[in-house]
Write a protein that binds this ligand. Sequence first.
Ligand SMILES: [Zn+2]
Length: 124
Amino acid sequence: MQRGKVSRVRCPKKHCNIGVNNPNYGKHETEKTKLKISVANSGSQNGMWKGDKVGYFSIHDWARKRKPKPNLCENCDQQPPRDLANISGLYLRDINDYRWLCRKCHMRLDGRMKNLKQFKGVAN
Ligand SMILES: [Zn+2]
């Protein structure tokens, strides 16, 4: 009998597992990993999303850099400005929400803001 002479295609490596060379081998795991990675990425993106929540000082620095100090208060045009005041009290990242004011005008504006807040507090 010629059994011994029948040649078989064999992987030259001893511990070669059947299917390793198949392009579909391990595909399932890969898909799962991909999903995990994408979930992790979107999660970290959400964590990074602090948007316009900038601290008081950094937003002021931001405004200062973009709004040159004029010679006179932007409110009364009589005194040299002293403070870069936030108009809405929301510290928006909008340069139109800031004005250079003299001490007097800024105090007045701040007082108005406080009254507004107090009023809101009572209303609530
Ligand atoms: Zn003024």
